[in-house]
Design a binder for this molecule. Structure first.
Ligand code: GAR
Length: 266
């Protein structure tokens, strides 16, 4: 019998995915328990829901950190283990060629916020970290301190589109405005890019003439609430392996991509 996994959750908003995950744990559809809920915003409504369930919560107010840093960077201390160049070169959220003040400030402010998040998470050891509507990009500073075993990623994200289409912050909006005939959601492991990590699971729905952005969101969220617990349970059953696929692209160049293989139960 596999042990119950400990799940940390990060949210930015209403936290309906977090709710679905807590319920799936209670109903034993996930062999796990949520051990904390953190947010980048004090306004995240989901925090209250978690607190009501007796789950410890914390906030690292990113917006305030970013604003205050802009006004007086000298009043901030960087984490002892902060290495700007290491993060800049590893990340693929923005071009690796870019070394503008804006990029550097992005990395610096995020690493300060991320170090505070890691401090807040320390009292609650976890096996898996779930991003459930967490609307901040994580830098390699944070990712490397959570993914400590090579080849065993343990930060999952849910995205409101069929990746690799429509990464970013408005997946359903972009799906709708593009005139897509299907929409969907994706659960993937986090890597150093934006919504680019290995895909664990996807679900899709039909988009008809009568659909609006609102109905697309509703259809999508309903599927997210099924998909996320299913993917977390696969992790709990230790059935997710990340493997490197080597392939030749249409220009004949040899390329590699990390993909997830799901082990079957015999
Ligand atoms: C969900 O639709 C999720 O896919 C999306 O935010 C919503 C959060 O809803 N996430 C992203 O866009 C991440 N880039 P919730 O707070 O009710 O779970």
């Amino acid at each position: 019998m596999l042990k119950k996994i400990k799940i940390g959750v990060l949210i930015s908003g209403s936290g309906t995915n977090m709710d679905a995950i807590i319920t799936a744990c209670e109903e034993k559809k996930i062999n796990g328990e949520v051990v904390f809920a953190g947010s980048d915003s004090p306004a995240a409504k989901g925090l209250e829901k978690a607190a009501k369930k007796g789950i410890p919560t914390f906030v690292v107010d990113y917006a305030t950190i970013i604003r205050d840093f802009r006004q007086s960077p000298e009043s901030f201390l960087f984490p002892d283990d902060f290495d700007l160049e290491d993060i800049r070169i590893k990340q693929s959220i923005v071009s690796q060629m870019a070394r503008t003040d804006e990029v550097i400030r992005f990395i610096e402010t995020r690493a300060i916020a991320e170090a505070r998040m890691l401090d807040n998470m320390k009292p609650y050891p976890f096996d898996l970290l779930i991003l459930a509507g967490f609307m901040r990009n994580l830098t390699p500073y944070f990712i490397d301190r959570v993914n400590v075993t090579p080849g065993r990623p343990r930060i999952m994200n849910i995205h409101p589109a069929l990746l690799p289409a429509f990464p970013g912050t408005d997946g359903y909006g972009e799906t709708f405005r593009y005139g897509c005939k299907v929409g969907g959601c994706t659960v993937h492991f986090i890597d150093y890019g934006e919504d680019s990590g290995p895909i664990i699971g996807q679900k899709c729905f039909a988009i008809t003439e009568t659909d609006t952005l609102d109905t697309i969101r509703q259809k999508g969220l309903a599927l997210e609430h099924q998909l996320y617990p299913e993917c977390i349970q696969l992790f709990a059953e230790d059935r997710l392996a990340t493997v490197t696929m080597t392939y030749t692209d249409d220009r004949g160049n040899l390329r590699q991509r990390n993909i997830v293989k799901i082990a079957q139960i015999h």
